[in-house]
Design a protein around this ligand. Sequence first.
Ligand code: G3P
Ligand code: CA
Length: 390
Amino acid sequence: MKRITSAFFLVFIIVLSCRNEVKNGAKINGGELSVKTLSDSAIVVRNYVKENIVIAHRGSEFWAPEETEPAFRWARNMGADYLEFDVQLTKDSALVAFHDNNLSRTTNIAEVFPGRVELGINDFTLKELRSLDAGSWFNSAHPDRAMESYKGLKILTLEDVVMIAEGYMIKSMNGIPEKVIRDGEWTGHYTYEKDPADNGHRPGIYVETKNPKPGVERILAVELEKSGWNINENPGEIETEEGKVCVANTNARVILQSFSRRSIEQLEQHLPGIPKCLLLWHPKMEDDLKSKYVKNLNFAADHNVHIMGTSIAGEPNNYGELTAPWMTDLIHSSGMLIHPYTFDTERQLNEYGDRIEGLFTNRVDMVLELYDRGTDTSSPEECFIELGYH
Ligand code: G3P
Ligand code: CA
């Protein structure tokens, strides 16, 4: 009888452990995996990041050639909280703002370096990249939004974007940028001047390590330190004005993001104590999505990630749905914030807006208007005119 009771008890325990109802967790291979929560020190860093932030995706992907000077000057003057861009390493270890793996979609590489069209960014020096036209493609792709002054735009460096965030622009004479010459040589860097059209907003930067090559995170840390934007090392005091965007003067002046887990680990090693976002990408739903989702959250919690960057569904991108209510519940239960990408329509804002703390958008103008956050210009088009584009 004692043996029968023990056997019954064992079966009861096994049945219990196989139950599907899991609070804040997901069943994996018959077991269960709970969502981990952020450490106390990670919560301190998470709290640097303010809520309802508007992140200008690639500056302005909709209105101007992505990740170029007009895109970022426009996003700053419109009043975005952050300028979002992707950094990649050049052959000579400069950091440039560039999204794609190669230069074929958004530059005239086929004309300038016809034999090198398929090569990656790190196969080119900064000086070579600066010889490309990163603006004209936009006029062909979007004739309704084309501008003559987009022709000949330069690929930017990380330093260029930081300077734009601080109210500067590349110094030019008759459309020709002024070069920094050191030891009689130009390595691809330009000089800056105060932007005459600057209206005082000081956004932060939201930097993604894209196609991250070994060492990019260390170089990023050094570059941010040089510019006074690494809050761990000699952070600069950036002048700000009451009533304007002042993110550049906070501990969250930089947010770091990556799809790459290895890069997230390296970012934490070289830039600890700076807010970090793990980006998630999933082109279509799969049966075990829930367990994969929880595993990603737990990786994030284990590596001092503070934000999940999830894709949203719907036109025009039709990305996989990674911001459904059960998903945002899981993320919030971990203590992390949610900054989904990429908002293009009012419908998307209505669907997801109440469950998130910030968003990547190609339509900063639309989101600020719906958030009832006044801008200093009456329309996106007028903003470009004020900035000198035509
Ligand atoms: O970084 C957020 C979002 O930009 C991720 O997508 O492809 O535009 O870098 P992608
Ligand atoms: Ca990005």
